[in-house]
Design a protein around this ligand. Structure first.
Ligand code: 5GP
Ligand code: MN
Length: 334
């Protein structure tokens, strides 16, 4: 990544105005990464806007104490995309992940940078600071700060980066949790991050309705496969309405299914206001992102997703479950 880091530094030095964004329905890595990049650029006196299509989920708002993240507004923001010197996409690598904001991408006349750790980036950017070796986009940014010395590593970077890495590694347990990731965490603690407080802010602020919703989702979960290897969970709009919860309140539900010993692959169907979304999880060598790609989705080997803009979940569910069973059988399980 040294060459890419060098090119990124040059683009920062040579330009004045920057627009940063992360993906639709942002997670800790998306929010932590845009905030870190914002603070790096601000330290260099740049004009910076963070413009996201979705609002910041309530459990991550504590990271943005100064409220610098803006939500995309068709009246005011397209002009900023068109006129900025540099546009930086963080924690996603295909334009469609910008959701309803995607059309503005084509209007960007400045340099387009992608900083990300997902598979198969779309060939539309001018610079890729990307590698799937990293556990999180925040990890790439940490490496960038450490190696380029673009800013001294301080608490204002440690907080969002710890949140990014903690959430994307499932609290330091997913596959890419390397010694380097723990060294990053240690450096964040040295900069004043309190791990207990960070965990409490992100995971222990749920409304009671979320427990009720999780209860419904878990009790309706079904196992498929010869020995219960595939867990299928479903969340409907009706359940969301009954419990007063939102679609993003179901983030992470599918991970709980993975705690069942027999389960090797988890599939969550989430009915959206329009269309539906599938979240996929797996253990070991089951590349669920290739299954997701079959339906136009993507992600990582052990965590992927698909968004269906058309059609209803109930029409498609049976066929997709059958297809998932076939996919699972076709994987080499050695
Ligand atoms: P989640 O199920 O937690 O929403 O997403 C799991 C992973 O799959 C994330 O790393 C995310 O980037 C990826 N992902 C989720 N939905 C989509 C999608 O609609 N398209 C693509 N390309 N990736 C997705
Ligand atoms: Mn990420």
């Amino acid at each position: 990544m040294e060459k890419e880091f060098q090119q990124l530094t040059e683009l920062i030095q040579q330009n004045t105005s920057f627009v940063l964004t992360t993906h639709v329905n942002p997670d800790g890595d998306g929010i932590g990464s845009v905030l870190t990049m914002y603070r790096i650029l601000k330290a260099h006196g740049k004009e910076v806007s963070i413009i996201n299509i979705s609002e910041t989920p309530h459990y991550l708002r504590f990271l943005d104490k100064s409220n610098v993240i803006e939500r995309f507004d068709l009246q005011i923001h397209p002009e900023k995309f068109a006129s900025c010197d540099v546009f930086i996409a963080l924690d996603f690598n295909t334009v469609d992940r910008m959701g309803k904001m995607s059309p503005v991408f084509a209007s960007v006349k400045g340099k387009k940078i992608c900083i990300d750790h997902h598979q198969n980036p779309q060939p539309v950017f001018d610079l890729y600071v990307c590698s799937i070796e990293y556990c999180a986009t925040g990890h790439i940014l940490y490496d960038y700060i450490s190696k380029s010395k673009i800013v001294p590593f301080a608490n204002e970077h440690a907080e969002p980066l710890y949140a990014a890495v903690m959430t994307d590694t499932g609290s330091f347990r997913f596959e890419r949790t390397t010694p380097d990731v723990h060294r990053l965490a240690a450096r964040c603690l040295e900069q004043g991050v309190n791990p207990t407080e960070m965990y409490r802010q992100i995971y222990d602020q749920n409304p009671f309705g979320k427990m009720t919703l999780l209860g419904h989702a878990l009790s309706a979960t079904e196992l498929y496969g010869d020995n219960g290897e595939i867990a299928v969970m479903t969340v409907t709009q009706q359940q969301l309405a009954d419990t007063g919860m939102r679609e993003d309140d179901t983030d992470g539900f599918i991970n709980i299914c993975m705690s069942v010993g027999s389960v090797k692959m988890g599939v969550k169907f989430l009915e959206l206001k329009q269309g539906f979304k599938i979240s996929l999880r797996s253990k070991g060598e089951i590349p669920v992102h290739t299954f997701a790609a079959k339906y136009g989705g993507g992600g990582h080997k052990n965590a992927a997703g698909i968004r269906f803009k058309e059609g209803t979940m109930f029409e498609r569910k049976k066929e997709i479950i059958e297809s998932a069973i076939e996919f699972y059988k076709g994987v080499n399980h050695e």
